[in-house]
Design a protein around this ligand. Structure first.
Ligand SMILES: [Zn+2]
Length: 308
């Protein structure tokens, strides 16, 4: 994956709440920087809540309001990103700047698809832990979308976790897939799709799994258009996505499938009734459906009996 060298980057879609100096402070992840079993469970739980229906989100939001005060002072400071991430050349050099470019490209894409129905939203970069309108979260939660405040949250150390704990090949396009998946949840929220899902429901054909597979498909649809979708200046931010990039995204999709996680990072046995995100094969299939068709209308995981 290569970004267009001369393209202008705009970090205004990020709220950098990492605080405390430049470059350091990445090591606060729960479980010694890794995603231990507890981390995985928290991840699954939180994403069920975070990605689930508005009811849960709203309830958690109220709770967040009652707990207000905690986490204040975690204000955004984009100074570093503004200095560091100016052009596509910077995105080719720095993971942080690449994510800035991804966020722009993904939102430019959805603005084109949905027109005024698309409302841009920010991604929060955090270190260690963060407060949200869906409650508090730690790095162990993995990246997530909070419907109550409509923000995407990520501790960028998750990209290292994907490689080190999950054994993924990784790479800039894998990171972009992760971000595009979370923005897929934002699109679902804007369109009211998550209201079709009963919060906490699990299992291979559950609404929760359908929601997650659709977010994968939406990520693929963006990826199909990533080399052509224009930014504000009319130039695509992304110059090239290779077959190797796509293969790496499919590798990552397989490693965050419920069956892979249960077998390799959980208790060792596969329990389909506990599925929240879909199997490795399903996740690959729906990313591919989006990527090959480039058509979000093909991502209606709620309308099919055949989830793969
Ligand atoms: Zn998700």
């Amino acid at each position: 994956m290569r970004y267009s060298e001369g393209a202008d980057l705009d970090p205004s879609g990020v709220q950098d709440r990492r605080g405390g100096g430049f470059g350091g402070g990445r090591g606060l992840a729960v479980g010694g920087g890794g995603l231990g079993l507890v981390g995985v469970l928290v991840l699954v739980l939180f994403q069920v809540l975070g990605g689930g229906g508005g009811g849960t989100g709203a309830a958690l939001g109220q709770l967040g309001g009652q707990l207000g005060g905690l986490g204040e002072g975690q204000t955004a400071d984009n100074t570093q990103l503004e200095q560091q991430c100016r052009t596509g050349a910077d995105a080719n050099e720095s993971v942080d700047c690449a994510v800035v470019a991804d966020i722009e490209s993904i939102q430019d894409y959805w603005s084109g698809v949905l027109g005024p129905d698309y409302r841009p939203t920010d991604t929060v970069f955090f270190n260690g832990s963060v407060r949200t309108d869906c409650g508090g979260a730690t790095s162990g939660s993995g990246p997530f979308y909070c419907p109550a405040d409509r923000l995407v949250y990520i501790d960028l150390s998750f990209f290292d976790t994907l490689q080190q704990q999950f054994g993924a090949e990784g790479g800039l396009f894998v990171n972009a897939y992760v971000i595009a998946h979370e923005y897929g949840h934002h699109v679902q929220n804007l369109l009211g799709i998550n209201q079709q899902v009963t919060p906490g429901e699990t299992g291979p054909t559950s609404g929760t799994v359908r929601l997650e597979l659709q977010a994968d498909c939406f990520a693929g649809a963006w990826a199909n258009h990533a080399e052509t979708v224009p930014d504000e200046s009319g130039q695509p931010l992304i110059a090239e996505i290779t077959q190797d990039d796509v293969d790496r995204a499919l590798d990552a999709a397989a490693r965050i499938g419920d069956d892979f996680i249960q077998q390799n990072l959980g208790g060792g046995t596969v329990d389909q009734d506990a599925f929240t995100h879909g199997s490795s094969e399903q996740r690959q299939r729906w990313f591919s459906t989006g990527y090959q068709t480039g058509d979000p209308a093909q991502c209606d995981t709620f309308a099919t009996d055949d989830l793969g």
